[in-house]
Design a protein around this ligand. Structure first.
Ligand code: AMP
Length: 144
């Protein structure tokens, strides 16, 4: 009886240790299926779509910080540019950048736009689903 309780306790401890190890290794890339962009992709939150295909969705930023401010996101579950470039198959990565290009062309910004990919909370990433900001604004000629 005592031995059974001991084995049971050991198994629970091992289970906790394995869980901690997984969090430690995977922690940075844990994808939250309830982030706002995941909800947009599932159609649970509306968006103003600019461009859409099988791999990519591009829509206007809800709080624009430039005259034109659009976000491009892959449909797959990737937290940031690191996760995306490390774990997305190469054809998916290629399709994403083609989607960025198609979005820019649709916006008519061929030679007048800026791309930004905030990565990590320390750099201001607030939505943990990989995205590229496409921005265009007259004042960019004076900004750095
Ligand atoms: P970042 O701070 O780089 O993670 O960018 C996230 C961006 O998502 C911010 O610029 C937000 O204004 C924008 N955003 C948040 N919620 C929504 C939404 N529901 N629709 C469109 N853009 C959003």
């Amino acid at each position: 009886m005592l031995a059974t309780a001991g084995i049971f306790t050991c198994l629970i401890l091992i289970d906790f240790m394995v869980y901690d190890l997984v969090i430690l290794i995977k922690g940075f890339n844990m994808y939250d299926k309830n982030n706002v962009f995941a909800k947009i992709l599932r159609g649970e939150i509306p968006n103003k779509t600019v461009y859409s295909d099988d791999n990519v969705l591009a829509f206007y930023d809800v709080a624009p910080r430039a005259r034109v401010h659009v976000l491009v996101i892959p449909r797959g579950e990737y937290t940031d540019i690191f996760d995306f470039t490390q774990n997305a198959p190469s054809d998916v990565q290629m399709a994403f950048w083609t989607g960025v290009r198609n979005t820019v062309e649709k916006l008519g910004l061929r030679d007048n736009f800026r791309t930004v990919a905030n990565t990590g909370r320390g750099a201001g990433q607030s939505v943990m689903h990989f995205h590229i900001h496409i921005m265009s604004d007259e004042r960019f000629t004076e900004d750095f």
